[in-house]
Every structure is written in structure tokens, then in C-alpha cells.
Design a protein around this ligand. Sequence first.
Ligand code: HEC
Ligand code: HEC
Length: 250
Amino acid sequence: MKFFCWFSGLLLCLNFPLQAEEKSIIPASSKLLPAEDLYSQVCAVCHGKSGEGSQVLKAPSIAGLPDWYTLLQIEKFRADLRGTNADDRPGLIMHNLALALDNNQFQGVAKLIALMPMHPTRNTMGGDEKRGKEVFTEVCAKCHRFNGKGEKTFGSAPLIGLQDWYIRAQLHKFREGIRGGSASDEKGFKMHEMARYLSNENASDVTAHIATLAKKYANTKSRRDREIDELNKEKKQKTIDKNALPEELR
Ligand code: HEC
Ligand code: HEC
């Protein structure tokens, strides 16, 4: 009950961010918060401290999404291309939030999200992995790559850090044209056309396969581990370079 009251209060703030300024979790737009504070004070309320998402709030796990994809989606929410349909409560919530914040706030927070270790997709809905693999390889891999990591050139999302229930919900929205239904949303429209060929049943087959890909390809390394990898790569490179020189010059 306590949680319910807190959450409905939050929704009220998001619907009326200006009127409810002092009660709102949204900082006044003139005060630009450092990315870490913005994440922990605002985004983490729904997306979780480590970007793991929340099924209760229907908020996806965003940890590890590349910054170009996060910024692209924020842009769509702000431009009324996503989250404006009355049947799309989760979309509406994120739409209102994206508009309530100053646009300059998102660059830093998108970089921070990209550095968070991913929460690999898990199979919680059953589904036939073998059948899913066939559909994925034949249809989805063309844009989302064989490893489900997505592709900047196509604007296609990485799928292997998203929860299976969220993927299914988005496929439903694309199919119904709730997301990507407008031809002016060129990339979303492509996905709208693809989702029409998937029923709810083979959606869970596909998510079962995405969970298999996630085990192999999701980047679950922390920021520190990635920095260490980067240093080791540089060190190795230097040794190789040194060895390439004639002996008297090393
Ligand atoms: C009140 C809850 C709430 C808060 C706070 C919130 N979000 Fe969201 N966010 C959602 C929900 C719900 C969705 C799913 C929308 C949908 O289903 O289309 C979402 C979706 C997103 C997406 C799209 C993910 C994808 O894979 O396409 C991004 C990116 C995002 N949020 C970033 C943020 C950032 C950055 C912040 C902080 C500045 C934030 N959100 C704060 C609820 C929230
Ligand atoms: C023609 C290219 C193309 C194909 C083929 C394609 N997609 Fe996509 N997909 C996209 C693009 C582009 C986006 C980003 C849409 C946007 O910006 O709203 C996307 C987005 C998604 C999302 C939303 C992810 C998120 O973070 O919210 C899901 C889920 C998805 N695709 C699943 C699939 C599945 C499953 C298939 C195979 C049945 C598939 N896609 C086939 C291009 C494609």
C-alpha cells in the first residue's frame, strides 16, 4: 500500500511536472544535475540502481544500451513519436518524463548508461528456442545482427540486455502501430512492418533465442574491468609495435 501511494504520487508529478514542482522528483530545468545524480535521483526510481529495470513498473533494463540508441529514443519520446497512445501507459510515463527534463541533461546520462554492465536477457516466458532461432536468423538478424547486439547504421536496438517480457510488449506495440505506426518515424516504421509477421506465440520463441545469445554476447563487465581491458590492449599493442622494429632500434 505504501509503495502504491508513493508510486501514484510519482505518476501525478510526471503528469503535472510544473504545477507540482516542489513535490516532483524532476529537478528544475535550470539546474543541470551531474549525470550520476540525475541517474540515481530520477532514472533509478523506475529503471533500478544498476539499470536492471522493473517488471512491476514496466520499465526496461537500460544498462549497457549504447548512447546513440538512448538519445535516439529520448528524441522520439520528446518529438511525440513514442509514448503518445492512450493505450500505452508505460510509453506515456516515459514520454512525460523525457519532456519534463532539460534536453541537455540526457547526453551525460546516456554515456553513464552505456558504461553500466548489461543484465542479460533471461528466458522467463518459455518458448521454443529452436523455432525462435530460425525466425531470428531469417528475419531479425538482418538488422539486429546475428549476436543481437544491434547496429548503429540501421538504428536497430541491441536486444540482449532487455527483459523478455519487455521485448514481447514492444513487439506487440510495433505490431499494433502503437510504436512505429507513423511513416515519419522511419526506423520505427521498419520495425512496425517486421513485427506484423510475428504472433505473441513466436514472440516468446524469439525471446528464448535472444536469451541464449545474451549468455554468450552480453557485455556484463564493469566500467573498471573495461578500463583494465583497454589498458592491457594498449600495452599489448606497444609490445607488438616494439617487436616490429629492427633489433638495434628497440
Ligand atoms: C516513472 C518511471 C520512469 C522514470 C523515472 C524513467 N523512466 Fe525511462 N522508461 C520508463 C518506462 C515505463 C519505459 C518503457 C516505455 C515503453 O514501454 O515504451 C521507459 C523507457 C525508457 C527508454 C527506452 C528504452 C528502450 O529500450 O527503447 C529509455 C532510453 C529510458 N527509459 C531512459 C530513461 C532515463 C535516461 C531516465 C532518467 C533521466 C528515465 N528513463 C527515467 C519509466 C521511467
Ligand atoms: C529492417 C530492419 C529490422 C528488422 C529486420 C528487425 N528489426 Fe527490430 N528494430 C529495428 C529498428 C530500426 C529498431 C529501432 C526502432 C525505433 O527506433 O523505435 C528496432 C527495434 C526493435 C525492438 C525494440 C527494442 C527496444 O529497446 O525497445 C525490438 C524488441 C525488436 N526490434 C525486435 C525485433 C525482432 C524480434 C525482429 C525479428 C522478428 C526484428 N526486430 C527485426 C530494425 C529491424
